[in-house]
Write a protein that binds this ligand. Sequence first.
Ligand SMILES: Nc1ncnc2c1ncn2[C@@H]1O[C@H](COP(=O)(O)OP(=O)(O)OP(=O)(O)O)[C@@H](O)[C@H]1O
Ligand SMILES: [Mg+2]
Length: 427
Amino acid sequence: MTEGYERRPRDRVDLIIVEDDPGMLKIVARHLDRMGYSIRAFSSGAQALKAVEEQPPQVVVSDIRMPGMDGRTLLQVLHERHPEVRVVLMTAFGSVDDAVEAMKAGAYSYLCKPFKMDEIAAVLRNISRELALEQQVSTLREAARGRYTADRLIGQSAPMRRVRSQIREAAAHATPVCISGRSGTGKELAARAIHFESSRSANPFVPVNCAAIPAPLFESEMFGHARGAFTGADHAQKGLIELSDGGTLFLDEVGEIPLGQQAKLLRVLDQRELRPLGSPRDIRVDLRVVCATNRSLEAMVRQGQFREDLYYRLSVFKIAMPELSARPSDIPSLADHLLVELSTEHGLNCPGLTEGAQGALLAHRWPGNVRELRNVLEQALVRSGGLLIDLGDLPPPLSTAEPAHSGMGKQEVAPLPANLNQTLAEV
Ligand SMILES: Nc1ncnc2c1ncn2[C@@H]1O[C@H](COP(=O)(O)OP(=O)(O)OP(=O)(O)O)[C@@H](O)[C@H]1O
Ligand SMILES: [Mg+2]
């Protein structure tokens, strides 16, 4: 499942300011706050360091000369413990030596007091750009590692081959895609594969668990809001739709979108424009939507719980994820793949499953689909301590099941080979 409702805005740079002059601290903090940075302000180096340890920011802007821990010492400590934090030092007018020394010690930049707000804004803009680029590079790396391609969906059964070819077809176009399927069938994996196989892969994949956003917050989360749009909106905030600009917005559990918000979403899909709450202007977005549901949207439309027009707009291209019980011949290769994945995660080197354990996997109905299979194998792996997994290592009811009578032809089920690494290469 997509993560629960916990969102750290990606568009706002986290910043800590340290300055012992309270007047100066207030002015700078207020100004940067207005510019949309997320600010924590402190009057001493020690306080700032404590705050960094609690939650590292992306940038620290610090005065050099302060009583107690000065800016130079703070820079040194941050350099050692949090090399990813960029440090900008503020030096008194005329103390060029301080500035030179700061740069040598690894500061990102320095500002000579008194400075104009434009100067600090320019430095922070550069940092924001760098951070955005770093984010893009890591997204690309992830894609390049092949973590999320159609081939990550294991299974040679006809339904799985069809799903992989649908994913590739969907990736080649920008039309909305609706992925349906029971829990644990790989809907999110398919959605990521569509994004990472598409020409949008260098831009963000933004997963939204529609069921986890409280209804009253849905609009501001999706569409964003201007500063002062409602009580407590002390900053402007981009919405998730805007954050997915150029990339893919993944609406997981799309059936849970509050009915009242569905028309607004439809408008964005049609017009490629949105208006953040409290903003006087529309924003253009280059939007691609992939949605997933384990409920029947058709039935919801019939019951008046989901707008028909939105349903048609979202389901231009449909992919139905097959249940695991409909493709039992995939169980051995899936188990093989998942065991390699899990062994790596747990630092173990599991050689595979005994015949008895394989039989139990084949006989089970798997109502929780691949996620259930993964959980079962994880428990068994831990219980076996990384040795060959036997029937008794499987959790109940699998461990107590009758020997396999799955009704499958024997040749339909590929035997699970003893050497997992070899078979993964073959796969
Ligand atoms: N065909 C597959 N090959 C390999 N791994 C798979 C496959 N299908 C699913 N998985 C794995 O199973 C787990 C569940 O998949 P995923 O989260 O994509 O399912 P889902 O359909 O979104 O489930 P839910 O409806 O519960 O959110 C993940 O760990 C995923 O990597
Ligand atoms: Mg899911």
